[in-house]
Write a protein that binds this ligand. Sequence first.
Ligand code: ASP
Length: 345
Amino acid sequence: MIDINSNILLIYTGGTIGMVENKSTGALEPFNFDHLYANFPEMERLNFNVDTYLFDPPIDSSDITFESWYQIVKIIEANYIKYDGFVILHGTDTMAYTASALSFMLENLTKPVILTGSQLPIGKLRTDGKENLITALEIAADKDQNNNPKVPEVAVYMQNLLMRGNRTTKLNADNFSAFRSPNCPFLAETGIEFRYNNHVIIKPDYSKETDFNYILDGNVVILKLFPGISSEAVKAHLNIPELKGVVLETFGSGNSPLFPWFTSLLQDAINRGIIIVNVSQCLFGSVEMHRYQNGQKLEKLGVISGHDLTTEAALAKMMYLFGRDYSSSEVNRLMQVALSGELSL
Ligand code: ASP
C-alpha cells in the first residue's frame, strides 16, 4: 500500500527526462526542477511528500563518472533517515552501469532506490517520462503490511517493468521499453495494479546498518572478443599500467579462441595477478566453461566464470571489490558469489 506518510527524495542527475522544449527556439533545455509542480502539475495529486535534489549542472549520462556515483551515494547517505525511498532521474544511456555500481556501493540497503528516465523529454506531448516518474515514485513509497518497503533494492523502472538494477542492460535506443534484465525475473510489472514478484525481491536484514561505500577502483577494462582480433589489440588491453581486472566478453557459453599467442597473453596476465572474469556476449544464459574445449582451456588458465553477470555488473563489481582493497584471491572468490543478487548460481 502506498504510504501517505512517505517522504521520497527525487534526485535529478540529468538526461532526457528532465528536458523541456524551449517554445521560441525549439531546443531541448533542462527543466527547472525548482518549479517542478508548476511544470508538472500531476505531481500535486500524489498523496505523499516528494522533495527534490538537483545535480548542478545536470549531466548527460554519457558524462557520468565515479564522482557522480559518489555524489549520489553521498546524497542518499545524508538523507537516509529522513526519507523512505529515493528516485533517481538519470539518462538511460548509462543507467545500467549506475544501477550496478549503486547496488554494490549501498550495502544492506533497506530502502528503495529506483532509477528511471525516459526516451522522450517530460516536456514533450508524447513523453514516456510522466508515467515512468509517477510510477517510480509510487513504488518507492509502497510499503508491506509490516510497514517495510516493498522494494528495498536498487532497481530500474521503465515502461511498466521494475527490474533489479544490476541485472539490467539497455537494449533499445529508440523504443520506450528500452531495458531488460535478461537473466532475472522482473521485480514487478505495473498495469492497472502493481504486481510484485515478492519471492524475487531481496529482503535485507533490517537489524543491520546500511553501509555506504565511496571508493571505486578504475583499474579495470572490458575486452570484447571478435573473430580476427589481433594480438596487438589483446596485448594493448592486458598491458595497461596498473591493470587489476578484465571483463572478458567471450562467445556463447564462455568460449574464446585457442591460439597459442592468445592463451599465453592471458596466462601472463593471470600470472601478474590480474583477475579475468568471463562473461558471455549473449544476453541470455550463463557462462559454462566446462562445455567446450575452448572454454575448458580458459578455466585451466585461471579465468574465472562470471556466470550470468551482465558486463555492466561485472565491471562495477570489480571496481567495487578492488576499491575495498580485497586481495586478488578474495576478489576471485567474491566475483563468483552473489553480493547483491547480481548473479544466479
Ligand atoms: N543521452 C541521454 C542520457 O543518457 C539519453 C537519455 O536520457 O535517455 O543522458
